[in-house]
Design a protein around this ligand. Structure first.
Ligand SMILES: Nc1ncnc2c1ncn2[C@@H]1O[C@H](COP(=O)(O)OP(=O)(O)OP(=O)(O)O)[C@@H](O)[C@H]1O
Length: 589
């Protein structure tokens, strides 16, 4: 999509508001013409050469009136500008967010969260800025045409002698801003690297210390800072130089006008009023050139920003970004037909049988993943997925739950195919504990509930089943303990059991645990499975594990190897039939 189409679609999103804004800013830019003419009339009146017969006081009153009118116009312009640009920005953010929320959870954004935030914030701002500046162009050009006409009529020679060199100087300076953009981008990037390094250092103090890597980390940090210093100096020197050209252009222009005017006034062909008009318009003409330049720069930056925003869509058409949609996400989520039936998890058809047929997902980056996997679970069964490291266990679970976009195969819930597993496999149909728990800097209680309206009794039951009760008793504030950023105040096992409690507090037909045992001792894991079966006798469980505590309890074990199912059966059958399984089983002991 071209930058122009992108900008035009943004403009057309709220045409009424845009036109109101356009009218406001055109009038604001045209408004200085009037005080210029009044100032001329004032001095001409004092000199006695005025063409009109207004008194000095009435001219002063008109000047005050013009100033008040311009203030009122500017106030109006800011209101319309804020309304227009924020709506455009919110449309972009809304469409982006809506797309990200509909992407499979494990691949929702193609960049780091920090970068995604900067796209949402800075690139959307850039688009707003370009759209907002587009309204100024008309008013500024209008002012240029009218003021040139007036000045040319007063004194064509002087107009050309003053304004042509001025326009050339300012335009040349403006062209240099292309270089400024380059330096600005480089300095921003260098700053982002320094900030990133600081946040990495703070997050990994322990890892740096145990690896004895302080000196190297500091040396790398110094290098990043040195690069930042160099790019910043270039950026600042360029910015200051250009600013001084713009500031001095007005002074130079005034000097030129004074020199020429003195000569012409002696001849009697130029009045004091003419002089005041030339000086008055000079400032606006200089501003105008630099503002048109600014708009061109914003327009160029918009090309980059639109490209970055489109990259967040991961291949979906860029037109999605500017699709006209009502701004609130919740009320207008596209829920239709089959999607609505699948997505609305209020009426749950009890799980009798879950089938996975020919499921395939291969990571484009590595060519690894799962291929043609067939699995079947029945109500109340306990199925364990096992296999060597990297054999595809997590990928299978994530593709089944719609956290990764399957490339082929189908998933059937009681024989009915599920089109959008990401929307379907949510509580109360299914609940999931990921291999690496995601916790927040909040109370332990809130980390478990995540806003779910469970009773205290239900919460305590989930805590007990997740074998977290004793740990909570040892915490000073119990369930109300704040667990620090990413749950740093908890041990690995506590964090995993907190995630398990988060899952268990929710009603679900299907519970999916991804390698819960990696941070649990054998005894705690045994207690967890026992507790789960005590409170949820008919729960269907799909568990990734290579622990005997899980394997010996399994109704069916699925052995994965290189992304495919190598063998399936009970522990007894597999011990007799599968060499890989025997290795896994004995490997543990
Ligand atoms: N985000 C990713 N991008 C690219 N390749 C990946 C990604 N995640 C996993 N893989 C690859 O896919 C394969 C299967 O990984 P997966 O995490 O499913 O294995 P696993 O059996 O769950 O391993 P583990 O026991 O270590 O958790 C591995 O070879 C891995 O290198």
């Amino acid at each position: 999509m071209s930058t122009w189409t992108f900008l035009w679609s943004l403009i057309r999103y709220r045409p009424g508001l845009y036109i109101a804004n356009l009218i406001g800013w055109t009038l604001i830019h045209l408004a200085p013409i009037l005080p210029g003419l009044l100032t001329k009339a004032f001095f001409d009146r004092l000199e006695g050469t005025a063409a009109v017969n207004w008194s000095v006081w009435s001219i002063i009153a008109m000047l005050i009136g013009a100033a008040i009118a311009r203030i009122a116009l500017i106030a109006y312009g800011f209101v319309t500008d804020v309304h227009t640009r924020f709506r455009m920005g919110m449309l972009l953010r809304r469409n982006l967010l809506s797309h990200v929320l509909r992407e499979p959870g494990a691949r929702a954004i193609p960049v780091s969260p920090g970068e995604a935030i900067s796209y949402f914030r800075d690139d959307v701002d850039q688009a707003e800025e370009a759209a907002s500046w587009s309204v100024d162009v008309f008013g500024m050009l209008g002012f240029a045409v009218v003021s040139c006409y007036i000045l040319l009529r007063i004194d064509a020679q002087m107009t050309l002698l003053v304004f042509v060199p001025l326009i050339l100087v300012v335009t040349a300076a403006q062209l240099a801003t292309a270089r400024l953009q380059k330096y600005r981008a480089a300095s921003r990037e260098a700053t982002a690297k320094v900030t990133g390094a600081i946040s990495e250092m703070f997050a990994n103090v322990q890892a740096i210390q145990v690896a004895g890597a302080e000196a190297r980390v500091i040396e790398r940090f110094s290098r990043l800072n040195e690069r930042r210093r160099r790019t910043m100096v270039k950026d600042k020197v360029m910015t200051e130089a250009l600013d001084s050209v713009f500031a001095n252009a007005v002074n130079l222009g005034t000097g030129l006008i004074l020199l020429l005017a003195a000569y012409k006034m002696r001849e009697g062909s130029f009045t004091v009023g003419d002089l005041s008009l030339f000086v008055y318009y000079l400032t606006f003409v200089t501003q105008l050139i630099s503002n048109v330049g600014k708009f061109i720069a914003y327009y160029k930056q918009l090309t980059v920003s639109a490209g970055r925003l489109a990259s967040l869509l991961q291949g979906a058409p860029a037109a999605k970004l500017i699709e006209p949609n009502p701004l609130p996400l919740r009320e207008n989520a596209p829920v239709r037909g089959e999607e609505a039936a699948e997505g609305a998890a209020t009426v749950v058809e009890p799980l009798e049988r879950l089938e996975v047929v020919g499921l395939t997902y291969v990571y484009p980056e590595t060519g690894r993943g799962i291929r043609d996997v067939h699995v079947s679970l029945t109500r109340g069964s306990f199925t364990v997925i096992t296999g060597m490291i990297g054999s595809g266990k997590t990928t299978l679970v994530r593709t089944l739950l719609g956290l990764l976009p399957r490339q082929s195969g189908s998933i059937l819930w009681n024989g009915r195919p599920i089109e959008r597993p990401g929307d379907f496999f949510v509580p109360p149909r299914s609940a999931y504990t990921a291999q690496i728990p995601r916790l927040y800097s909040d109370k332990l209680r809130d980390n478990i509930l995540l806003g779910y309206p469970a009773s205290e009794e239900r919460l305590m039951q989930a805590v007990r089943t997740a074998v977290l009760e004793e740990d909570i008793a040892r915490l000073q504030e119990g369930l109300d303990t704040i667990i620090g950023p990413r749950g740093v105040k908890l041990s690995g096992g506590q964090a995993q059991r907190t995630a398990a409690a988060r899952m268990l507090v929710r009603d679900a037909e299907l519970y999916v645990f991804d390698d819960l045992s990696s941070a649990l001792d054998v005894e705690t894991e045994r207690k967890l499975w026992e507790g789960l079966f005590r409170v949820r006798a008919d729960a269907t469980c799909l568990v990734v594990s290579h622990r005997k505590a899980a394997l010996s309890r399994a109704d069916r074990i699925i052995v994965m190897r290189d992304g495919s199912v190598e063998a399936q059966g009970t522990a007894e059958q597999l011990l007799a039939e599968s060499e890989s399984f025997r290795k896994l089983w004995h490997g543990e002991s």
